[in-house]
Design a protein around this ligand. Structure first.
Ligand SMILES: [Zn+2]
Length: 265
């Protein structure tokens, strides 16, 4: 493995973190963004501008983008595996052309909604990156790679700046019961291993953890505002050890930095 002694991040800091949020939930506007702003941190928000009233529903996100947060593409229809048992279309039964047009329709709407932001990253709905099944299963990562500088999925190890696939970046899911210390643990792991860690959040809630359903472990369960605040505080206090940037900023820095490693990759 290539030995690295430089890193993509400012001041040659060895680790990075991106805070990403899926599905454009109201608690992100009402709770998460004010906390990020309080700490001067920027996040990436993956929204899916579907529905007849998309222009009205997604208007508040323009201001979020103007405030230097990233608004990412999370497709229009959020199509996932039929194994979830949801009604509607499923990844197993659509084509690569179909998913591409769904992504591009979302992209057109995002550009109309936020004309000042033309570059953004993509996020795979349900972390799934394929259409079809079995012998006919095909990855749609190459389609995403055609249209975006980077894309976020999920995975077991935080991103190695030289080796991670920029079009299927790994992330850790901030599941509902996670304490502030558990969230900080992701950042500490990235610091220890010189990695770029991405965390995926859904709702961030002011509701106290002891009022949540016991054992709620599904991805959409909220993270307590106090846990999220604790993580943000840690990131600001440790900014000489871990750089915080949006997924887009971090990907752009990685792409630029990788140019000097062109022969080794
Ligand atoms: Zn989603």
């Amino acid at each position: 493995m290539e030995q690295i002694d430089t890193y993509p991040w400012p001041d040659n800091i060895k680790a990075a973190i991106s805070l990403s949020f899926d599905d454009g939930r109201p608690s992100q506007l009402n709770v998460a963004i004010p906390i990020l702003d309080e700490y001067g941190l920027k996040g990436t928000f993956y929204i899916k501008p579907g529905g007849d009233d998309w222009k009205t529903v997604y208007t508040p996100w323009r201001e979020v983008a103007q405030n230097q947060h990233e608004i990412g593409n999370h497709t229009l229809s959020h199509i996932c595996s039929r194994n979830f048992g949801w009604s509607g279309r499923a990844l197993e039964t659509i084509s690569l052309d179909y998913i591409e047009s769904d992504i591009l329709e979302a992209e057109g709407r995002l550009r109309e909604l936020i004309p000042e932001q033309t570059e953004r990253t993509f996020c795979y709905p349900c972390y799934q990156n394929y259409v079809g099944e079995g012998l006919k299963r095909q990855s749609y990562v190459p389609i995403v790679a055609k249209h975006f500088p980077a894309a976020r999925g999920m995975g077991e190890a935080a991103n190695h700046p030289l080796y991670t696939d920029l079009h299927y970046l790994t992330s850790w899911t901030a599941a509902g019961w996670m304490s502030g210390d558990a969230l900080i643990g992701f950042a500490e792991d990235a610091i220890k291993k010189d990695r770029w860690c991405i965390i995926t959040f859904h709702d961030v809630s002011e509701v106290k953890p002891d009022t949540w359903l016991p054992g709620a472990s599904y991805h959409g369960a909220p993270v307590a505002a106090e846990s999220f605040r604790k993580l943000c505080k840690f990131l600001v206090e440790n900014k000489d050890k871990i750089w915080t940037g949006t997924v887009l900023e971090s990907a752009e820095k990685t792409i630029e930095w990788r140019k000097s490693f062109a022969d080794q990759r």
